[in-house]
Design a binder for this molecule. Structure first.
Ligand code: 0O2
Length: 202
C-alpha cells in the first residue's frame, strides 16, 4: 500500500479546513465579537492507528476510505457549550462541504464519559488527477471536554484500552466535574465575555 499517496489528499483536507475555520475565527475578531472558537487543531491519522482501527472494525485495507471516518480530523475547541452549537450551525450552512453524519456525544455522552460534537463531512479537494471527495471528521468541543478527552486518550494509550477500574472511576468523576464546569461557566458567560471585551480593547 502506498500510504503517502493515499494520505496526501487527506492532509490537504486537514490544511484547507484549518485555514477556513481559522478564517471564521479571525472574522469574529475583526468584528470585535466574541469568537466562538478558542483554537483549532488538525491531523491525519497515523498509519499505525489506521491499521489498528481497520482491524477493530474488520475492514479490509482497500475499504478504509469508506469505513474509517476520521483519517482526516479537525478539532474546534470552544470556551462555552453554546459556542459549539454556533459552530455546528455555521458548518451546516457552508456550501463547500456536505454533512453526511452528525454525532452528538454532548446530549448523549459515551459510557467512557466522553463528550464532544462530531460532524462527518464530505469535502472536495483538487488533486493532480482531478477532484476527489474526501471524508473528514470535525470534532467540536469545549476546553473542559478537550481537557478530559486528552487525558483519557493518554491513559487509554498507556493501558492499551484496558484502564484499571479505579482509574476509570476517577475518570467518570472527572467527566462529571468537567460537565459541571461547563454548566457553571455557561451561567456566567455574559460576565466573562464582557470582561474579555474590555481586556481586548486595552
Ligand atoms: P484517535 O486516536 O483519537 O484517532 P463508530 O463507527 O461511530 O462506532 P468511530 O469511528 O470510532 O466509531 O467513531 P467515534 O466513536 O465517533 O470516535 C471517533 C473519534 O472520537 C475517536 O477516534 C476519538 O478521537 C474520539 N473519541 C470517541 N470516543 C472517545 C472516548 O471515549 N475518549 C476519547 N478520548 N476520545 C474518543 P479514534 O480512532 O478512536 O481515536
Amino acid at each position: 500500500m502506498n500510504w503517502e499517496a493515499l494520505l496526501a489528499p487527506y492532509s490537504q483536507v486537514v490544511e484547507e479546513l484549518k485555514v477556513k475555520l481559522k478564517g471564521m475565527r479571525s472574522q469574529f475578531e475583526y468584528e470585535s465579537r466574541h469568537s466562538p472558537i478558542e483554537f483549532i487543531t488538525g491531523r491525519v491519522k497515523p498509519v499505525t492507528s489506521i491499521i489498528e482501527k481497520a482491524k477493530r472494525k474488520h475492514t479490509p485495507l482497500d475499504k478504509i476510505e469508506e469505513t474509517i471516518q476520521d483519517i482526516a480530523g479537525v478539532r474546534v475547541v470552544c470556551q462555552f457549550v453554546d459556542d459549539i452549537y454556533t459552530i455546528v450551525k455555521m458548518i451546516r450552512s457552508r456550501n463547500d462541504l456536505t454533512i453526511i453524519e452528525e454525532k452528538d456525544y454532548i446530549t448523549h455522552k459515551k459510557d467512557s464519559g466522553y463528550r464532544s460534537y462530531h460532524m462527518i463531512v464530505h469535502y472536495p479537494v483538487e488533486t493532480i488527477h482531478g477532484e476527489k471527495i474526501v471524508m473528514a471528521e470535525i470534532q467540536i468541543r469545549t476546553l473542559a471536554m478537550n481537557f478530559w478527552a486528552t487525558n483519557e486518550h493518554s491513559l487509554n494509550y498507556k493501558y492499551e484500552g484496558r484502564i484499571p477500574s479505579e482509574i476509570k472511576a476517577r475518570l467518570q468523576r472527572a467527566a462529571e466535574a468537567a460537565f459541571k464546569l461547563d454548566e457553571e461557566m455557561s451561567k456566567i458567560k455574559n460576565e466573562v465575555q464582557e470582561a474579555q471585551r474590555i481586556f481586548h480593547r486595552k
